[in-house]
Design a protein around this ligand. Structure first.
Ligand code: HEC
Length: 139
């Protein structure tokens, strides 16, 4: 994929943070590591996902809400006009499924109307997942 300057800058910062972590993580607890991942993930989500996926329920968004997506059935947000493909996909969003989706959503669910994103860097995938884990469940 082509990195936009913003995305490249965010990614650079995240990778720099990752590089510093081994020492920090030894001294600190794993909560610090998780918090840094969530912050990096939020920035990456801003750069790659938020323009279509609002996480604030008071905003309309082009894509379905992703609050509480981990453990939710695919294509199940009530009232959202999913593609037939996603609506009838018949699986639950697990972390491996979300990674496969980020890497190649149109290959993972052929016929989806989400534009191809193609995020294959495992570090970026892991950071975005860390963020998705803490986005509160939709009510
Ligand atoms: C250009 C707009 C756009 C971008 C950018 C985008 N999405 Fe989507 N996304 C959509 C649309 C539209 C759908 C509904 C797809 C369908 O119905 O086939 C969707 C569906 C999804 C779903 C399925 C949700 C469900 O309820 O089953 C997930 C998960 C998802 N996107 C994650 C992401 C992540 C993570 C990113 C950033 C890496 C991202 N999307 C970027 C538009 C987008």
């Amino acid at each position: 994929m082509t990195l936009t300057p913003l995305f490249a800058a965010v990614l650079g910062t995240s990778l720099a943070a990752m590089a510093l972590l081994p020492t920090a993580a030894l001294a600190e607890d794993s909560q610090t590591f998780e918090r840094i991942k969530v912050e990096a993930g939020a920035a990456l989500f801003d750069a790659s996902c938020r323009r279509c996926h609002a996480t604030d329920a008071s905003h309309e968004s082009y894509g379905p809400k992703l609050e509480g997506v981990i453990g939710r059935a695919a294509g199940s947000v009530e009232g959202y006009p999913y593609s037939k493909a996603l609506k009838s996909a018949g699986f639950v969003w697990t972390e491996p499924a979300l990674k496969a989706w980020m890497a190649d959503n149109t290959g993972f669910v052929p016929g989806t109307k989400m534009r191809h994103v193609g995020i294959t860097d495992p570090v970026v995938e892991e950071f975005i997942l860390a963020y998705l884990r803490v986005v509160p469940a939709a009510n």
